[in-house]
Design a protein around this ligand. Structure first.
Ligand SMILES: Nc1nc2c(c(=O)[nH]1)N[C@H]1C(S)=C(S)[C@@H](COP(=O)(O)O)O[C@H]1N2
Ligand SMILES: [Mo]
Length: 347
């Protein structure tokens, strides 16, 4: 059997791994759970967990693709079809003609949400899932009940589903409005991020000052620049283009560099402690002397994986590169073996 194709720039996590991404727990999980269907509907619908469990259950194998570049293929989810929940008992749709978008809202601290166009949802045929791989969903993965929307990056699948709201106009979700995630979320088109959050002039000023500390610099373009000793602690550099950039001795403590493009960057002696490096690309980057302790490394790449499993354009890593065991455990077995062969220092 041919291996299933992966969307561009995704990598498989180990079979036994399922990373927890975003919020880790619902709010008031001790209180009874009901899901309401409201907004642009003829009549509201409320369904409790017991009712949900007694509706027809569908089992489906779905490929999960996280925007931070890890994928898990053919996960088995079980639950109620979205179309089933948003229909009246006579099978008629609950929504009225004004409805064009649907927002899914979580019972969580920040009332996390995401939205999708109604027509697209009807085609994608998502599940309101109660189980994953044969077991009740664990709390950190969205239990007791979460959305699973196939064909989209996983941020379109809300954990701890509490409300389904039909809307006449779109309302951007949490990641889409706070983190610059692309509202389209098509993994095959790599719709990961919207364009830069900062105007070119402001970006140029910060680059001159070499101080990014605490700034939101989503999708910043700084390719090939000299940013030696850059101050960038706690900055938000998701999707930033830092290819071939001189970042020697830069301070990225606690920064968010998820999906940053760091190919061939000079990161010698850079401080990346506690940074979010999920999905960052370090191909051919120089990481000697770099400190990656307590950094989050899911989906990171250290080179281009060849068909034979070997690594080309590998990052430069040696015994002066520091990584914590807990971050190390998030890597694929191949990456761990490769890092060991480079005699990286583990803490
Ligand atoms: N309520 C809620 N749902 C959420 C998120 C979140 O932070 N809060 N994160 C999203 C993102 S970005 C991803 S990749 C998946 C992660 O699901 P998992 O933790 O079960 O892997 O949940 C999505 N749904
Ligand atoms: Mo995600």
């Amino acid at each position: 059997m041919n291996p299933k194709p992966l969307p561009p720039h995704q990598q498989l996590v180990g079979r036994d791994r399922w990373p927890v991404v975003g919020e880790r727990a619902p709010r008031h999980s001790d209180l009874p759970w009901t899901i309401t269907v409201g907004g642009q509907v003829w009549t509201e619908r409320r369904v409790d967990l017991h009712q949900l469990a007694t509706m027809p259950q569908t089992t489906r194998r779905i490929d999960v693709h996280c925007v931070t570049r890890w994928s898990k293929l053919q996960m088995e989810f079980e639950g109620v079809r979205f179309a089933e929940l948003v229909a009246a008992p006579n099978g008629q749709p609950l929504w009225n003609p004004q409805a064009r978008f649907v927002s899914f809202v979580a019972r969580s601290e920040r009332s996390h949400s995401t939205s999708l166009p109604l027509q697209e949802l009807l085609t994608l045929d998502p599940l309101i899932a109660l189980k994953a791989d044969g077991e009740s969903l664990s709390s950190e993965h969205g239990g007791p009940v979460r959305m699973v929307v196939p064909g989209k990056y996983f941020y379109k699948s809300v954990k701890w589903l509490q409300r389904i709201e039909f809307l006449s106009d779109d309302r951007l979700g949490y990641w889409e409005s706070e983190a610059g995630y692309h509202n389209g979320a098509d993994p095959w088109k790599e719709q990961r991020y919207i364009a830069a959050s900062l105007g070119k002039q402001d970006a140029a000023r910060l680059i001159r000052q070499r101080d990014f500390s605490g700034r939101d610099l989503l999708s910043l373009e700084a390719r090939g620049l000299d940013l030696e000793k850059l101050h960038a602690s706690n900055s938000l550099l998701r999707n930033a283009d830092l290819r071939e950039t001189n970042l020697r001795r830069a301070d990225f403590r606690g920064a968010n560099l998820s999906n940053a493009h760091l190919q061939s960057a000079d990161l010698r002696d850079a401080n990346l402690r506690g940074a979010d490096l999920e999905g960052a690309d370090f191909s051919a980057a120089d990481l000697r002397g770099a400190d990656l302790r307590d950094a989050s490394l899911f989906g990171v790449s250290f080179g281009v994986v060849n068909a034979d499993g070997g690594l080309s354009q590998a990052a430069l890593i040696d015994a002066t590169t520091k990584i914590t065991t807990t971050s190390f455990d998030a890597l694929t077995p191949q990456q761990r073996a490769w890092l060991r062969s480079q005699s990286v220092t583990l803490f």
